[in-house]
Design a protein around this ligand. Structure first.
Ligand code: AMP
Length: 184
């Protein structure tokens, strides 16, 4: 199973990523986690990543690709992945598609968890991440609306978008995704 999870910040990508990965016995790859780990490692690239994340800006494509593509390719070779948070821009999606074609694998579906903005805000304000301050949250929601949300139409046009109401209990969301995914 190769799935991509798309949602605004606070939309539950991490929770569904973990649940779906265990359901389908594939690896959960969170781009935010991969990038945070690099930031914590304190490498020169990590210090750059930390700056973007602190401001709520997207990390430069070149850095994201350098860290994510090897992890995604390795997971694909082992049977699949639930990818959460990458691609996050149309150029990233186009480049990711090229890589997938070169490695001869295809995405089964992109799951879009749709939630109203007041619910997202409430959830984000209830977390304790360093990029979850009111000002940075507002900026991250704006980055999603401007830069990431065009991916909804991008994947819908390719016929692989699965839109799910993300404002339900986690168990109900997982069950709905499982029921609506194309069978084996
Ligand atoms: P997340 O954990 O998915 O909310 O991501 C946290 C932060 O990591 C984002 O605000 C970005 O700074 C960065 N990030 C995660 N995924 C990407 C990506 N695909 N492209 C660029 N930046 C990303």
């Amino acid at each position: 199973m190769k799935l991509l999870l798309l949602a605004a910040p606070g939309g539950g990508k991490g929770t569904q990523g973990e649940r779906l990965a265990s359901l389908y016995a594939v690896q959960h790859i969170s781009s935010g986690d991969v990038l945070r780990a690099e930031a914590r490692a304190g490498t020169p690239v990590g210090r750059e990543v930390a700056g973007y994340q602190r401001r709520g800006d997207l990390v430069a494509d070149q850095i994201v690709f350098g860290l994510l593509v090897p992890a995604v390719a390795a997971a694909a070779a082992r049977g699949g992945y639930i990818l959460d948070g990458f691609p996050r821009t149309v150029p990233q999606a186009v480049q990711a598609f090229d890589v997938a074609r070169r490695l001869d694998f295809t995405l089964d579906a992109t799951v879009y968890l749709n939630l109203p903005e007041p619910v997202l805000l409430q959830r984000l304000l209830g977390r304790a991440r360093t990029d979850d301050t009111a000002e940075v949250i507002r900026h991250r929601l704006q980055v999603f609306a401007e830069t990431t949300s065009p991916l909804i139409a991008y994947y819908r046009d390719r016929g692989i978008l699965l839109e799910v109401n993300g404002d339900q209990p986690a168990e109900a969301i997982t069950a709905e995704i499982q029921a609506r995914l194309p069978g084996p």
